[in-house]
Design a protein around this ligand. Structure first.
Ligand code: ZN
Length: 253
């Protein structure tokens, strides 16, 4: 087993731990701990972290500190937009081209998702994401598959950051509808269903997400508005007295 094989094993393990939310955004990933845990040198661990950073799953800071990445709200929204378009390409590419055994494999996968319901949440999340990656793999298009896989894993970080706890991720009925449309060879319908499905996933996740906290003026606006009557009573008594009758006048006219 060579250097890059060993690094790939670490990458695969960390991707899976992120997907199952065993690792959360912001968790530290020290090289020495990884090296020890996987029985590899720090150099190999560092190489793996570099690879994961290039996929957007890990954030590298100064002094060789590596953390599980924390997507910003804007990044999460952007990524769902990109993911929707990529996966529309996937189902269009698959329409009318899936073999009976591939359709069977997808149906069996969704049956597995159904069976996992009520079990561990980690397992459900992983199966749901694997459905999307499996679809991409069936296109036989390596670039499309790589992009879908990367963005699907990044989505799981977004869901971990902004999703409500215990919110359903992918609805099984929506996965079934996509398979049916693809099997029927209806490209437009399949693309529309996939787009709708991913919009639903994003909506369920981001329903209660906080908006950007970047703009202090915006954050303070509702608080300032709530305080305005108090402020006005002190600061603008004179102008209010003269302004009020004027503002009422048109209503009576
Ligand atoms: Zn899904």
């Amino acid at each position: 087993m060579d250097f890059s094989d060993r690094a790939s094993i670490i990458c695969r393990a960390i991707r899976r731990a992120i997907l199952e939310q065993a690792l959360s955004p912001g968790d530290k990933l020290p090289e020495d701990t990884l090296g020890e845990r996987f029985g590899v040198s720090r150099t190999i661990a560092r190489h793996a972290l570099g690879q994961l950073a290039s996929e957007g799953l890990v954030e590298l800071r100064r002094n060789r500190i590596a953390l599980v990445a924390t997507p910003s709200f804007e990044e999460a929204r952007d990524e769902f937009d990109i993911r929707r378009e990529l996966e529309r390409l996937v189902v269009r590419a698959l329409c009318g081209r899936l073999s009976a055994s591939q359709i069977e494999e997808l149906t069996a996968h969704v049956a597995g998702e159904e069976a996992a319901r009520g079990g561990s949440e980690a397992n459900s999340i992983r199966l749901a994401t694997e459905f999307h990656v499996k679809l991409a793999e069936m296109t036989g298009k390596p670039t499309l598959t790589r992009y879908v896989r990367e963005i699907a894993y990044r989505s799981s970080l977004s869901l971990a950051t902004f999703g409500r706890p215990h919110s359903p991720d992918c609805a099984i009925s929506e996965h079934r509808a996509v398979i049916e449309a693809v099997a029927a060879g209806d490209a437009e319908r399949a693309a529309a269903l996939m787009a709708e499905h991913l919009d639903q996933v994003a909506a369920r996740a981001f329903l209660k997400a906080r908006p950007s906290r970047g703009d202090l003026m915006e954050v303070l606006a509702p608080y300032a508005d709530a305080e305005r009557p108090g402020l006005g009573a002190r600061a603008g008594r004179e102008t209010e007295k003269t302004a009020q009758p004027q503002s009422r006048r048109p209503k009576h006219a």
